[in-house]
Design a protein around this ligand. Structure first.
Ligand SMILES: *[C@@H]1O[C@H](CO)[C@@H](O)[C@H](O)[C@H]1NC(C)=O
Ligand SMILES: *[C@@H]1O[C@H](CO)[C@@H](O)[C@H](O)[C@H]1NC(C)=O
Ligand SMILES: CC(=O)N[C@H]1CO[C@H](CO)[C@@H](O)[C@@H]1O
Ligand SMILES: CC(=O)N[C@H]1CO[C@H](CO)[C@@H](O)[C@@H]1O
Length: 895
């Protein structure tokens, strides 16, 4: 023993046996223990001590496999109770002991005391006193007071009928041990991952243990879910060779769990192997083994780990970083990258494919990034050959390829993303791959936006699959388990590639052959579940762009200055974006000429503003002429690029275009009468409110005096009329649609609400109360600076909130800017003067519509600040981060 201490000096004339110390590793039975020393640079030595002078029952033994002459023997009565009594008392505890006798075979008998010295509890005496062990009287010497005391204790236990001395023979103390389970899978399923009480009876290696499940005494072998420790390889001759750190890992688990009371969650049972997790109040052995570098994560079994797979990866990562034990020679896949090249924020310039993007780095350099560990949709087996003859366009002809790219494009284009490089895949040559196409070096990274891993989002929508790796292959996503989990979810929910539905088909009508400026999708319509796209050339109207170099009959024409910049500018702004075009005409080559708008930026104007184009005289007729001129003037003033050599003209000439408007805040009182599902609202001017009241009063008087003849009114679309509302009163209305005499759609012109009713509830509008007397009092407005949510539920939430806040209430209204359908206005609560729209933004119920007009800048900024606070509080539409989608969130969870 490593921790031996000198013998205690005693008055006894016989030479006192040496007192030794150790920690109890195992309780073999009610009368034998294994004691170990302190570990010093490896598992410590151990020795078995049988307790002197007593005997406890033998525990059950299983027949030795492969030896038919042996058979299972059951517990002797009280044997398990004795073991348990002793186990609970001493397991893992420090004890001291004297060896009194050593047999020629090396068996040692001794007296064991709890604690550091002989003043501790003598465990043999305790067992005898409880009637759990008998005294071997044949060896007792009357002059030995210790032995005499044992006999006394036994006599007392007998008299008190304790344990073995109780009546009935103790057959109830014999366990019905089950060494095998008929159908382990059913057994595991039947437990529903509920923790089961258990005792760990044996540790085979760091991650494989044998447990006694209570209260039914099933003995099961459990592999820890999610990990694997180095093991002991059994050789042909029956000997075992430990893998590096196998013994250390085993000791780590043994010293913490052997013969300890634990709870086990049995998580899964693939191929008769039971996977489980052990819960112990001192910690989670699975995590601890990983953290200490005694185990590695195992992909297939991590999937069943119920206590948070990400914690396991983190624990493993920490061990790798510290290069402890099994990771002592570990080299991270990105070890030779600088921190700044390993993690950075960049702007997405282009979506190349369903698994790759081009980003613009801080340095201005463009870089292609592949999404780690995912594989874009691809053709499998037969499908591959089917399309051989046709003109094959991967983007449209591989099922879900288009959807995948569109998903990335919509989420990422023009946005800033976080890039964490996970690994660099080395280039392969065609020779190495044996015919499989070679590819250049790839930077593979986890790309997140607003905290959402875009690869995970793709996988969860069934728009990509997860690459499987060899167990020790580190070249993979740093969020690999989330990807696997997302894939499992997508498969379960039949998303995208995993769907049983017919794949969507895309047809592209290429209506032009020449490239002049750029190609983009101009329109998209859904017809019989086939999406049709038109791809065409488009020329920006109203401007003259510097010409790029091109091949002319007379030779190469040199590019004009700034043509390259103009191209890059345009690419950055519009490439792969959704744009709106206003086509004005077509040129001789069949290209459309017109105006291109992207998120309220007008490309022609933007090019001019940035001194990359000049205004063309043909713009004169267009409604953007003034804007163009004013933009050109500002650019000229800055003497940049195209205007670098410009000579300034007298100021007055251009002054008229550079006037700057101020935002006008002239709030007037209105009464909000109706809010539409589209988040528009109708309001009456409070100023004219009394006029409406008196009109209604006299109109109703007249109707009462001369009630209309029911059914005499034949409604036609566009007619003004009166309609009898649910409250039984008549109101002014207009017919919007006549489905049938029983179904007439009317609009209440003074209140803004709509109703479908029978023509029997309609009558002609008496001329005295026509709209010439008093114009319709309900005016339609919509909120300035906000975007009405596309998502129906989100919109309904916003509408509900507005209805609660302002319907049938007086508010203050200010015109901000005009719109296609109705004016855009801000509303203030009459009392607090708080802005209603801003309130919606702050609640995360709507997004800000970023108006670019200078004079609105201050308002927009205020709104954007409100939006930021809603985002950071993850309110409503921001609850899943800075992302929205029609029906499900990025991970496929339905809202
Ligand atoms: C020592 O204890 C073990 C475990 O209970 C038992 O199997 C063995 O027979 C004992 N040895 C002797 C010599 O009594
Ligand atoms: C990038 O990550 C950092 C830290 O995780 C975060 O603060 C930042 O908002 C992220 N940026 C983007 C664009 O997602
Ligand atoms: C489920 C469980 O018990 N988890 C624990 C695993 O161990 C770590 C510490 O080692 C605890 O923090 C966890 O709560
Ligand atoms: C209709 C439209 O979107 N017009 C825009 C043209 O571009 C200018 C400047 O970029 C915008 O202010 C206009 O709103």
């Amino acid at each position: 023993m490593a921790s031996a201490v000198p013998a205690q000096v005693q008055s006894n004339p016989a030479p006192a046996p040496q007192l030794q110390r150790g920690i109890v590793k195992t309780v073999l039975s009610g009368c034998a223990v294994i004691v170990r020393g302190q570990p010093r640079g490896g598992p410590p030595p151990e020795r078995q001590i049988n307790l002197s002078n007593i005997r406890a029952g033998a525990l059950a033994r299983r027949a030795i496999q492969g030896q038919p002459d042996t058979k299972d023997t059951p517990d002797e009565p009280w044997a398990f109770q004795a073991r348990e009594f002793l186990r609970k008392k001493v397991i893992g505890k420090e004890v001291c002991f004297t060896v009194e006798n050593k047999t020629p075979q090396g068996r040692e008998y001794g007296i064991v005391f709890l604690g550091k010295d002989t003043s501790g509890e003598n465990i043999a005496e305790s067992l005898v006193a409880e009637g759990l062990a008998t005294v071997r009287r044949e060896g007792i010497r009357g002059n030995n007071p210790d032995q005499v005391r044992l006999c006394d204790l036994e006599d007392q236990a007998k008299a008190a009928k304790k344990g073995q001395w109780s009546e009935g023979g103790g057959s109830h103390t014999i366990r019905d041990l089950k060494y095998t389970i008929e159908n382990p899978r059913n057994f595991v399923d039947s437990l529903h991952q509920k923790p089961v009480n258990a005792i760990i009876e044996h540790v085979r290696d760091g991650s494989m243990l044998r447990a006694l499940l209570l209260p039914d005494y099933y003995l099961v072998t459990v592999m820890l879910s999610g990990i694997k420790c180095p093991t002991f390889k059994r050789e042909a001759d029956g000997s075992e060779t430990p893998e590096p750190f196998a013994a250390e890992a085993k000791f780590f688990t043994e010293s913490r769990l052997l013969q300890r009371d634990v709870q086990i969650i049995l998580e899964s049972c693939p191929n008769q192997i039971i996977l489980g997790t052990i819960l112990h109040p001192n910690g989670n052995i699975t995590e601890l083994l990983l953290k200490e570098g005694f185990a590695r994560c195992v992909d297939w079994s991590m999937a069943v780990y119920t206590q948070g797979a990400e914690k396991l990866r983190a624990a493993e990562r920490s061990a790798k970083e510290r290069k402890v034990r099994i990771w002592k020679d570990y080299v991270a896949p990105t070890a030779n990258l600088d921190q700044k090249d390993r993690q950075f924020v960049a702007k997405v310039m282009q979506v190349v494919n369903a698994d790759a993007i081009v980003v613009k780095l801080n340095s201005g350099e463009h870089k292609t990034i592949h999404l780690s560990s995912i594989r874009p949709p691809r053709l499998e087996g037969e499908e591959k050959n089917k399309d051989k003859d046709k003109r094959f366009r991967p983007l449209y002809d591989i099922p879900y390829m288009f959807e995948a790219r569109e998903f990335l494009r919509k989420k990422l284009i023009g946005k800033k993303v976080n890039v964490t490089v996970d690994y660099i895949r080395a280039a392969t040559s065609a020779m190495e791959t044996g015919g499989v196409p070679a590819f250049p070096e790839r930077t593979c990274a986890t790309v997140t936006i607003g905290g959402i891993n875009i690869a995970e989002a793709l996988v969860s929508k069934g728009l990509a699959t997860v690459i499987r790796y060899r167990q020790d292959d580190d070249q993979r996503s740093s969020h690999y388990d989330e990807l696997l989990a997302a894939e499992a979810r997508a498969i379960k929910n039949g998303k995208g590639l995993h769907s049983k539905k017919e794949v969507p088909i895309h047809r592209v009508a290429d209506i032009s052959g020449h490239t002049f400026f750029f190609t983009f999708v101009t329109s998209k319509y859904n017809w019989n579940n086939v999406m049709h796209y038109m791809s065409t050339m488009f020329v920006c109207a109203g401007i003259e762009c510097p010409r790029g170099s091109r091949n002319m009959p007379g030779g190469m024409q040199v590019a004009e200055p700034y043509s390259e910049e103009a191209t890059i500018f345009t690419k950055e702004l519009v490439l792969q974006r959704e744009v709106e075009v206003e086509v004005e005409s077509m040129d001789k080559a069949g290209n459309f000429i017109g105006w291109l708008h992207i998120e309220s930026v007008n490309l022609s104007v933007a090019l001019v503003e940035n001194a990359l184009s000049k205004v063309h005289f043909t713009a004169e007729r267009s409604s953007y002429y003034k804007t163009l001129l004013s933009a050109e003037e500002t650019a000229r003033q800055r003497k940049e690029k195209l205007w670098a050599n410009y000579e300034e003209k007298p100021k007055e000439e251009v002054a008229q275009f550079t006037e700057e408007k101020e935002r006008v805040a002239k709030y007037r009182a209105v009464y909000v009468t109706e809010i539409t599902d589209g988040l528009h609202f109708y309001a009456q001017d409070v100023e004219t409110g009394t006029k409406l009241e008196s009109l209604m009063e006299s109109m109703r008087g007249e109707i009462a005096a001369q009630p209309p003849v029911e059914g005499s009114f034949a409604p036609r679309r566009g007619d003004f009329c009166i309609a009898k509302f649910a409250d039984g009163e008549w109101y002014r209305a207009r017919v919007e649609k006549v489905e049938s005499p029983a179904k007439v759609h009317v609009f209440y012109i003074d209140y803004g609400n709509r109703e479908i009713l029978s023509s029997t509830r309609l009558a002609a509008l008496p001329p005295a109360f026509s709209t010439r007397t008093l114009p319709p009092q309900a005016t339609e407005y919509t909120f300035a600076f906000i975007q009405v949510p596309q998502d129906e539920d989100a919109r309904a939430d916003a509408v509900d909130s507005v209805v609660r806040d302002i319907q049938n209430k007086q508010c203050l209204l200010n015109m901000e800017y005009s719109g296609a359908v109705c004016p855009h206005v801000t509303l203030q609560f009459a009392d607090s003067k708080d802005d209603v729209g801003l309130g919606l933004v702050k609640e995360g119920l709507v997004m800000v519509d970023v108006r670019k007009e200078k004079h609105l800048h201050k308002m927009v900024t205020e709104y954007l600040n409100g939006q930021e606070s809603a985002k950071s509080a993850r309110l409503n539409i921001w609850r899943y981060g800075d992302f929205r989608d029609d029906d499900a969130d990025e991970f496929g969870y339905r809202r």
